[in-house]
Design a protein around this ligand. Structure first.
Ligand code: MN
Length: 131
């Protein structure tokens, strides 16, 4: 089963994501900040990273740029988890190298659908804007 690294500083959101993903049978790695997330990504090469955009210290988009700029990790798909919904945010997320995004609060079905597509390597159309 696919291994997913969740990088999220909010303990409630982390717990929710982990519960949903484990119920689907995914193996989960967890990091509460970008530095630990990058360390785990390099060490474990997960199949997918769910990246909170707003993190203490280095933010999720900076972490994404770093991972996508490194030949060792640039094949890992990264999905941004974002509460941002302003015009232009999608472009920023895409420009940082994210392969997709999921808007928070997380909706169970949409979340698992996007994760499933990403893990399967399916082509993914970036949502055209905030919901
Ligand atoms: Mn956060």
């Amino acid at each position: 089963m696919a291994r997913i690294l969740v990088i999220e500083d909010n303990a409630t959101n982390m717990k929710l994501a982990v519960l949903m993903l484990q119920r689907e049978g995914y193996e989960i790695l967890q990091a509460a900040d970008a530095e630990e997330g990058i360390r785990l990504a390099r060490a474990e090469l997960p199949d997918l990273i769910l990246m909170d955009v707003q993190l203490p210290g280095m933010d999720g988009l900076a972490a994404t740029r770093l991972l996508k700029g490194d030949a060792a990790t640039n094949k890992i798909r990264i999905v941004a988890l974002t509460a941002l919904a302003m015009s232009g945010d999608r472009e920023k997320i895409e420009a940082a190298g994210c392969d997709g995004y999921i808007a928070k609060p997380i909706h169970y079905q949409e979340f698992l659908k996007t994760v499933g597509q990403m893990v399967a390597g399916d082509t993914y159309d970036f949502p055209s804007g905030p919901h």
